[in-house]
Design a protein around this ligand. Structure first.
Ligand code: HEC
Ligand code: HEC
Length: 225
């Protein structure tokens, strides 16, 4: 009986210690297990700097959000204003996805605006032509998405796009190559740690984020329960 109580107390303690309120980054820094690595990946991916661009469904429409409170993007911007990037001549080429007169690139340039409230921007030579746009609706990051749900989405070829090239648990080698390349090189991912004036950065560092991705995949990409 006493032992059971002890176990219970320990379990509750662990929940408080490692639960949603704990800093997953610090937990990962203390013990770099694949499970802790994924919890840090989840902490980053659900941070507004990442999640705002992945967007969420608001009134049935896939929209980017802005600010740390993830409010609706001003000016009624939605996925209908998005661009699609095609790969041609060794460079990504933006193609408007609809006939809307404005798209992401009407405002979002290759660099951050110089003052708070101005549109952020990003681009680099690691992925030439890969500029500001939002992913398909299968990659939405709704407020409060649980670690296991995000994890299953990342591993689901039907959701993570171009999966034939990206692989999945059935093809860990391709999966690792694609995912690690993506998080290392992608200027939009790097931007989350250099978000420009007036915006908080994603937790931890880009370097630790890439390391966590490697550790998680090397450990078999386990999803939390
Ligand atoms: C400015 C927009 C933008 C930002 C900011 C952004 N992403 Fe993305 N993300 C995309 C786009 C677009 C794709 C789809 C690319 C493709 O299919 O080739 C994508 C795809 C992904 C994928 C692939 C699989 C999936 O289901 O989501 C992951 C993982 C990802 N992003 C994580 C992140 C993380 C983590 C951050 C922050 C560190 C971040 N993204 C910030 C636009 C963004
Ligand atoms: C008419 C201009 C305009 C267009 C078009 C536009 N944006 Fe924005 N966007 C802005 C401005 C201005 C901000 C800064 C708002 C702020 O910080 O309060 C912004 C901020 C953002 C942010 C927020 C960054 C953050 O974390 O706070 C994201 C993400 C974003 N836009 C994505 C997009 C996407 C994706 C598209 C295309 C589908 C797009 N925007 C089209 C003007 C625009």
């Amino acid at each position: 009986m006493n032992r059971l109580l002890m176990l219970l107390l320990v379990a509750v303690g662990a929940l408080i210690g490692n639960g949603a309120t704990a800093d997953a980054y610090q937990v990962f820094k203390n013990e770099a297990s694949p499970e802790n690595a994924f919890r840090y990946l989840h902490q980053v991916a659900t941070h507004p700097r990442c999640a705002n661009c992945h967007g969420q469904e608001i009134d049935g429409v896939h929209r980017p959000t802005v600010g740390d409170d993830r409010r609706r993007h001003p000016m009624n911007i939605s996925a209908a204003n998005n661009l699609q990037l095609m790969f041609a001549n060794f460079q990504f080429q933006p193609v408007p996805k609809s006939d809307k007169p404005v798209n992401c690139r009407s405002c979002h340039q290759t660099k951050n605006g110089s003052a708070p409230g101005m549109p952020p921007g990003a681009a680099n030579n690691l992925m030439p032509g890969f500029v500001w746009h939002m992913p398909p609706a299968t990659m939405v990051v709704p407020v409060g998405i649980e670690p296991h749900e995000l994890c299953e989405n990342w591993l689901n070829p039907a959701k993570n796009s171009f999966l034939a090239f990206r692989g999945s648990r059935n093809d860990m080698k391709t999966f690792k190559k694609e995912f690690v390349h993506h998080v290392h090189d992608d200027p939009l991912i790097r931007w989350a740690w250099q978000p420009g004036p007036g915006r908080s950065s994603a937790p931890g560092t880009h370097k630790d984020f890439v390391m966590a991705m490697k550790i998680w995949i090397q450990g078999g990409a386990p999803c939390p329960d």
